[in-house]
Design a protein around this ligand. Sequence first.
Ligand SMILES: *[C@@H]1O[C@H](CO)[C@@H](O)[C@H](O)[C@H]1NC(C)=O
Ligand SMILES: *[C@@H]1O[C@H](CO)[C@@H](O)[C@H](O)[C@H]1NC(C)=O
Ligand SMILES: *[C@@H]1O[C@H](CO)[C@@H](O)[C@H](O)[C@H]1NC(C)=O
Ligand SMILES: *[C@@H]1O[C@H](CO)[C@@H](O)[C@H](O)[C@H]1NC(C)=O
Ligand SMILES: *[C@@H]1O[C@H](CO)[C@@H](O)[C@H](O)[C@H]1NC(C)=O
Length: 517
Amino acid sequence: MASKLPDTTKSLGAGAMDVDDGSGGGGKKVAGKWPGFVHFFFVLTVVMCALVYAPRFLSPAVTVDFLGPRQPASGRMAEGQVRSVHGGRGNEGDALVLDNQVNSPCASMGAHGICCDRSDYNTDVCFMAGDVRTDAASLSFLLFPPPNGTANANANATVAEKEEVVKPYTRKWEKGVMANIQEVRLRAARPDEADAHRCDVRHDAPALVMTAGGYTGNLFHAFNDGFLPVWLTVQHLRRRVVLAVLVYNPWWAGTFPELLSGLSRHHVIDLLHDKRTHCFPGAIVGTRFHGILAVDPARTRDNRTLVDFHDFLASVYRDDGASEELVHTTAPAPQQQQQPRRRPRLGLYSRKGTRVIENEAAVARLAQSVGFDVSILETANGAPLSSEYAAVSACDVLAGVHGADLTKLLFLRPGRAALLQVAPLGVPAVARGCYEKATTMMGMHYEQYDAAANESSLARKYAADDVVLRDPEAAKREGGWDLIARVYLGGQNVSLDLDRFGDTLRRLHSRARIAVE
Ligand SMILES: *[C@@H]1O[C@H](CO)[C@@H](O)[C@H](O)[C@H]1NC(C)=O
Ligand SMILES: *[C@@H]1O[C@H](CO)[C@@H](O)[C@H](O)[C@H]1NC(C)=O
Ligand SMILES: *[C@@H]1O[C@H](CO)[C@@H](O)[C@H](O)[C@H]1NC(C)=O
Ligand SMILES: *[C@@H]1O[C@H](CO)[C@@H](O)[C@H](O)[C@H]1NC(C)=O
Ligand SMILES: *[C@@H]1O[C@H](CO)[C@@H](O)[C@H](O)[C@H]1NC(C)=O
């Protein structure tokens, strides 16, 4: 698949300016410092939703629905919860609520303590409340005892000696990628350590420790394992949080500047390079995860949904300044009522390299003849995400062959738009598993078009009676996910049957026409 990596020198500016790395001189970085990371992203870019989840979709015994009921609280809470500081929902007043998750073992942690929730299958998250200071040398967050004379100056307000170690990434079950995620340590410090850890920088907001590493070079993962989990974890803090980022790099910052400033009003800390002692009133290490591109309202104290995440994206990417709470309704906006009915717009993702629609021009003409205005959307052309947002959010139907760009379904208008995913031969279940649930969680219509053997370029490579064409399920049982990656995902284009695809388009057009009226 094509790389999502834009020109690195070009993207250096915007993001790099935002980092507060303690090097003086405005925190700008030199390009030469990052070739390693850039290479890293290139390598990881070939991985995608289908591939990394393939083992799960392959085995019928393993559910891919991570939204099932959670086991209650099996995390540990350190001793020393002196008083509970949180009140109702959100973060009103000066009470600092670190954990926004319902029924978390850490939801009621005190003003001084360390609590880790390791009960989730996908992710560990640790919370630290009190006098928190970084120790760059050991990549640690130290919790110092509260000063004398405060309400917390209680002999028993000591925290367990045990050190907690967390890797802040949402793929706990996947050894390979987790091996590349740094371990962050959390421990209680002795009062006599204070002299060696005087604050160089004091923050009045808690830290959120996350990574720009992992599979970040792939858009699906950038959202699924990066920004959506971060949003789930800190949106209740309303930008009063400092992002402390592992594997910080200018490509990442330059690709997602709007998201970073939407999540936090503070400078980003480059955790692996910043050697200063940063002090915080609290810290969160790791991020929550609710499922593939999912938000489970029942697990958030403020009842958040995937539509709220869409609204967050809308607020950061819309350039008309209308940010904050956006109204999304299924009713047409007032000015649309006066306008003559417009043709519904279909955005067709044009992939390069693999999973290409070979008769794309004919498909686009077909969509036009059915009644759509058609936009051809290019994948991986290095355009900023804000312009991608504008292009996709203008569509009533987003269509494309399975691939990371369909993650931009998050940019579509909730309640109105539709996603049409074309699944090449052999990957219908995988394709559905990646995007169907998110689409319906946004109140949108999901449609999948499964390419038949005679629409696949594999028909040119394999004999008609070859198991690869005749029975993909059997072929996959034999060849495993190596075969999926190499043949079905990496070595296949499609040429759509215009009669059959036309039926699908006409159906979507009827729906869309009603929605735009
Ligand atoms: C805090 O209290 C301890 C014992 O109660 C005392 O030894 C220490 O000097 C006090 N520290 C300060 C800064 O007052
Ligand atoms: C500290 O804990 C001990 C034993 O658990 C208890 O006897 C004592 O009263 C506690 N002290 C304070 C100040 O709470
Ligand atoms: C959360 O949303 C559900 C369904 O929309 C609603 O019934 C419930 O009252 C909400 N809870 C809160 C705390 O807002
Ligand atoms: C392709 O195969 C399907 C059945 O899988 C069949 O209905 C269709 O007519 C075939 N199309 C062509 C052009 O051969
Ligand atoms: C798919 O199409 C692209 C672009 O036309 C081409 O470069 C590639 O070789 C094709 N792949 C296969 C397996 O035919």
